[in-house]
Design a binder for this molecule. Structure first.
Ligand code: PMP
Length: 286
């Protein structure tokens, strides 16, 4: 049976799920999105994702034609018709169909798309042995150009950084901000551990405020692990005892090499393991 995709209130077979070539989401990357996960039939951190979606939409003056409650019902319906108990959800809101010019006011109505599917971010081996990364030459969006806090359909600079990672033969790249401080990876937030203290770049360093990042910060508090949100230099990563990245798709991935330098003893560290286990307990047990 074909997967069903929800578009503007109707379910379509995956093969027939289409939007117009005049949609400004396609023509200009004009829109916002969320990536969510369903674990054991429950959407993880739904409220936080909805909040970020509406915040992103507000920031780009996009008015979502549904309430958060209506979207929740639509998500649950789409998960149910596809008989998923564990899956990834991609929720996309585009500016909608317009003319070939930029003007968003000429787009009649935003389109909402809900895709549910399986996703595999990284091979299992990386969760056990750790991942190698590089720092990219392409910087993260300057907050005064397009705030990285907006989860917009414009991922081109992240994609360029991802290409640099692929060229270097590694799966992920670390992006710096305009000041040269660490911001985040192309689709994940980053954490380091040094002397038992967990540190992650602060919002003002130009990051997407990841939902998984927030959950990890909460777990640090619960487990009495000191946690600090502050500016991080590339050098801080090089001299860290441990490093890991977080995201809805990736969950928690240990990083054991950056720019050719081993991090700590080049093995996933004890605090990374502890947080990763706590995260998995949380998503399994709610
Ligand atoms: N940073 C970027 C640029 C992202 O696209 C994502 C989402 N994949 C994240 C961080 C992680 O955010 P979350 O934990 O909400 O998935």
């Amino acid at each position: 049976m074909s997967l069903k995709v929800w578009i503007d209130g109707k379910l379509h077979d995956k093969e027939d799920a289409r939007i117009s070539v005049y949609d400004h989401g396609l023509l200009y990357g004009d829109g916002v999105f969320e990536g969510l996960r369903v674990y054991h039939g429950r959407v993880f951190e739904l409220h936080a994702h909805m909040r970020r979606l509406f915040d992103s939409a507000n920031a780009i003056r996009l008015s979502i034609p549904y309430t958060a409650e209506q979207l929740r019902t639509a998500i649950e319906e789409t998960v149910r018709v596809n008989s998923f108990t564990d899956c990834y959800i991609r929720l996309v809101v585009t500016r909608g169909v317009g003319y070939l010019g930029l003007n968003p006011n000429k787009c009649a109505k935003p389109s909402v798309i809900i895709i549910t599917d399986t996703i595999e971010m990284y091979p299992q081996e990386m969760y056990e042995k750790g991942m190698s990364t590089i720092t990219a030459s392409v910087i993260r969006n300057h907050p005064n150009a397009l705030s990285p806090r907006i989860k917009s359909l414009n991922y081109l600079n992240n994609i360029l950084a991802k290409i640099e990672a692929a060229d270097a033969g590694v799966p992920e790249a670390i992006m710096l901000n305009g000041e040269g401080n660490v911001s985040e990876c192309t689709a994940d937030n980053i954490f380091l551990v040094r002397d038992g203290i967990v540190t992650t770049p602060a919002t003002h360093d130009g990051i997407l405020e990841g939902i998984t990042r927030r959950v990890i910060i909460r777990l640090c508090h619960n487990l009495s692990i000191p946690i600090s949100e502050r500016s991080v230099q590339r050098h801080d990563l090089y001299i860290a005892d441990e490093c890991f990245v977080t995201g809805t798709g990736a969950e928690v991935v240990p990083v054991t090499k950056i720019d050719g330098r081993p991090i700590g003893n080049a093995q996933p560290g004890p605090i990374t393991r502890k947080l990763s286990e706590a995260f998995h307990r949380l998503v399994r047990e709610g």
